[in-house]
Design a protein around this ligand. Sequence first.
Ligand SMILES: NC(=O)c1ccc[n+]([C@@H]2O[C@H](COP(=O)([O-])OP(=O)(O)OC[C@H]3O[C@@H](n4cnc5c(N)ncnc54)[C@H](OP(=O)(O)O)[C@@H]3O)[C@@H](O)[C@H]2O)c1
Length: 220
Amino acid sequence: MTSTISTVGILGAGRVGMALARQALKAGYDVKIATAKPPTEIALMVDLLAPGATSVSADTAARDSDVVILALPLGKYRTLHPENFAGQIVIDAMNYWAPTDGTIAEFEDEASSSEVVQRFLPDARVVRSLSHIGYHELEEQALPPGDPERQALALAGNDAEARRLVAGFIDRLGYDPFDAGELAAARNFDGGTPIFGGRMRLDEMRRLLGEAPLVGEAAE
Ligand SMILES: NC(=O)c1ccc[n+]([C@@H]2O[C@H](COP(=O)([O-])OP(=O)(O)OC[C@H]3O[C@@H](n4cnc5c(N)ncnc54)[C@H](OP(=O)(O)O)[C@@H]3O)[C@@H](O)[C@H]2O)c1
């Protein structure tokens, strides 16, 4: 089982996948990136947009990386092969966006979409993160530890060791990690919450997320 992260696999070579690839390379990680297409079809684009990253197949990115980031349209999550993710730390950055994904009943209730993804990938150690920051901001807003303007990024997942490792990854990307706890806590930083799309430092995020009742839970 992974005890440190050195290789990052990214599924999705669009806006988010490429921004993440560049930022992870800058932070010193080995980066593998894939779409559903053969790697030769994206190799030139990857060389241009994220030089230093390796184009691989989706199977390789998922199986042969210390952490796998899901950066594909959420509506396509069922095209993933669950057997590739057994035991893997998976960062789910995907958001439900009906105008793009179409209306999908299973994402219409108050549970986080990552809870659905975790059920589909039962043996993966799913951590929701990197989902509440815009792709264009990810590189622009990164700052070194201790900078007073440094932003926080929330994470949630059911595996404490996976959360710890993802927190270290977030820190190296240039953000203060905030561990919100179990995966259901991701509801509190999904679309429609003040965290989503908002710039926030760690103290403010701690205040908001630390005190918030879970979205969907009946008020006492
Ligand atoms: N846009 C943002 O600022 C933002 C921020 C946070 C999170 N997100 C979420 O991040 C995800 C990606 O957003 P995006 O804006 O980067 O989308 P995008 O630009 O449309 O890119 C999606 C990428 O996923 C690939 N893909 C499709 N099916 C795949 C599969 N089965 N396996 C691997 N790759 C596959 C696509 O490749 P093809 O060329 O083969 O289709 C494409 O490279 C979405 O779920 C979105 O909600 C977006």
